[in-house]
Design a protein around this ligand. Structure first.
Ligand SMILES: NC(=O)c1ccc[n+]([C@@H]2O[C@H](COP(=O)([O-])OP(=O)(O)OC[C@H]3O[C@@H](n4cnc5c(N)ncnc54)[C@H](OP(=O)(O)O)[C@@H]3O)[C@@H](O)[C@H]2O)c1
Length: 303
């Protein structure tokens, strides 16, 4: 098929800015609340990007073949409403943190239309004083992994990735193998994100804080839930979490950044997902529940 995929990117934040630059060759449309140019820094390179833009009400799913979700979880009701009129031809990709995308978006989508994957790329928002523009900095260039779904657009997307030189960094795995990877990432996030937010520490400093002792029960509770769901987790997960803190030592987790900027966090889609699954399975996850309450109290300091 000789066609250019019509790409829509939902959101205008850090990841959306990164994707709009990465897929500039597809002339994507950003959908959100903030129009305008921005700077994207990666290493020594700085590019000014001015993507096409539509508000949530101006955009319609029929304008796109492929939609990339790049919002934080508090925007999910908007995404859900936006996708109400999606045709079965639309393919939607989420590389958001947390879990529960399927529960939120199927329906309106069918299971063949929603590719939920993970990314190890890290991007931070900032304001570029030098050029006077909102900006995003790529702090780690990682890879994206997506499930190989039987949707007819997938081979064309793979072809486009190839043409854009991205087939090494955008990989495909069977849904089952990816589901296990998603759980590993969920558990890592459920430990590192709230604990760094509560201690105001970088990822590297977290293992030296008193609250790090909670990493054990957090891991244990999450492990019981995932095991009950039949997910085989790697046995060395505790050391992998520690290694991740060391490997990303200078990073401020997204939850810490959200708290610092008085924004809502994604705790309900991370630890909240584990707690909801625990309850359905008649299991307990009291440490996760306690952290959710503490983070909510930090989100609303005046209440
Ligand atoms: N940044 C990273 O390094 C990274 C890495 C891996 C995964 N992720 C995941 O990728 C997703 C996007 O992250 P991000 O870093 O790009 O977040 P971000 O920079 O905070 O951007 C979030 C986007 O969501 C929109 N949004 C948030 N709440 C909203 C609401 N209530 N109503 C309407 N729009 C709302 C924001 O709009 P406004 O700007 O108008 O508020 C913005 O466009 C998250 O799930 C995150 O966990 C991020």
């Amino acid at each position: 098929m000789d066609m250019m995929i019509r790409l829509g990117i939902l959101g205008t934040g850090a990841m959306a800015r990164y994707y709009a630059k990465l897929f500039a060759g597809l002339n994507p449309v950003m959908v959100g609340r903030q129009d305008g140019s921005y700077a994207l820094s990666q290493g020594r390179e700085k590019t000014i990007v001015t993507p096409r833009f539509l508000t949530w009400t101006q955009a319609h799913p029929s304008m796109f073949d492929l939609v990339l979700l790049a919002v934080k979880w508090p925007a999910m009701p908007l995404v859900q409403a936006f996708l109400q009129e999606a045709s079965p031809n639309l393919l939607v990709i989420s590389l958001m943190n947390g879990m529960g995308q399927e529960e939120t978006l199927i329906p309106p989508l069918s299971s063949d239309q929603l590719m939920v994957g993970i990314t190890t790329t890290a991007v931070t928002l900032y304001y570029d004083e030098e050029i006077g523009l909102p900006a995003a900095r790529v702090t780690a260039v990682g890879s994206a992994v997506l499930p190989l779904l039987p949707h007819p657009l997938v081979p064309f997307f793979q072809q486009q990735l190839h043409e854009l030189g991205l087939s090494e960094s955008w990989k495909f795995l069977s849904s089952d193998a990816l589901y296990q990877e998603r759980w590993v990432k969920l558990i890592q996030n459920s430990i590192i994100n709230p604990l760094t937010a509560l201690t105001h520490s970088t990822n590297g400093d977290l293992p030296q804080t008193h609250l790090w002792t909670l990493s054990r029960p957090l891991l244990q509770e999450a492990r019981e839930v995932s095991q009950a769901l039949g997910v085989a987790l790697p046995p060395n997960l505790a050391s992998r979490v520690l290694q991740l803190c060391q490997k990303t030592s200078a990073n401020k987790s997204s939850m810490l950044q959200d708290i610092e900027h008085h924004r809502m966090t994604e705790i309900d889609a991370i630890n909240g997902y584990i707690v909801r699954q625990a309850h359905e399975l008649k299991l307990k996850a009291p440490t996760h529940e306690a952290l959710i309450q503490l983070i909510h109290a930090m989100e609303n300091p005046d209440s």
